[in-house]
Design a protein around this ligand. Structure first.
Ligand code: 5GP
Ligand code: ZN
Length: 219
């Protein structure tokens, strides 16, 4: 069924164009999310057949496996950061200052640092995944996408329903083990960037996300 759709990438990554499969190796396949909820939304799929059908909370109980996944997530995040720099870097103040310093005569003693795009990427899993194959989201923080169409789409990346990979292993009494009970997806909207509340007003939230996106990408 549709919940098994990620299995095809794991089985035959070499059959997809680079616009779909970012890279693949023996243990992982990195892909573009088909319904991106941000300006850049990637998925890391572990290929280990003993893990791919498990809930992430169970799969990440295996410390050795978790260490491997974390290392690959860092790699994909670096890749994603480079992609963001290519997309938005030339617009940013810091990036411009760096470019100017690079061509200055005489050159400055120290180059201004470029923007750290890795900070603009979050990596983690949904407390209740909808797709059956184990996957880690590697997603730009902007939450700016036409595909972000419902309350669930926003809140699943903007509440504790989204569990950062570095929070694993989870404690046994971690409340995120009971996401439905906590009602994360039904919460009022809160802007990821400025913290403004939007109640249940999705249209207003979407307009605000567009404004925030324009500022964020140029910062
Ligand atoms: P989940 O909610 O299970 O953590 O996230 C599953 C993700 O898979 C969603 O972000 C969804 O957009 C994405 N997705 C669903 N079907 C497909 C597909 O066939 N191909 C790709 N590349 N992504 C998919
Ligand atoms: Zn805001």
């Amino acid at each position: 069924g549709p919940r098994d759709a990620l299995g095809a990438y794991i089985a035959k990554p070499e059959t997809y164009p680079s616009s779909v499969v970012v890279y693949h190796n023996t243990d992982f396949v990195a892909i573009h999310d088909m319904f991106p909820k941000s300006s850049l939304h990637l998925l890391l799929l572990p290929r280990d057949s003993s893990k791919t059908r498990l809930h992430p909370f169970d799969a990440f109980e295996d410390a050795e496996f978790l260490t491997k996944v974390k290392a690959e997530v860092r790699k994909l995040r670096t890749h994603a950061a480079a992609e963001l720099r290519r997309k938005y870097g030339k617009d940013s103040e810091q990036e411009r200052a760096r470019q100017e310093a690079l061509i200055a005569d005489p050159p400055p003693d120290e180059l201004p640092a470029g923007r750290d795009w890795e900070k603009e990427i979050v990596c983690g899993v949904h407390a209740v995944p909808s797709m059956n194959h184990l996957h880690v989201h590697v997603i730009a923080v902007d939450r700016y996408s036409e595909r972000l169409k419902h309350r669930k789409h926003y809140n699943s990346f903007s509440t504790p329903f989204f569990v950062p990979i570095d929070d694993f292993p989870l404690a046994l009494d971690d409340v995120r083990r009971h996401p439905t009970q906590e009602g994360y997806l039904k919460r009022d909207f809160v802007c990821w960037r400025c913290g403004e509340g939007f109640g249940n007003k999705f249209v207003q939230l979407k307009e605000h996300l567009k404004q925030e996106f324009e500022e964020w990408k140029r910062l």
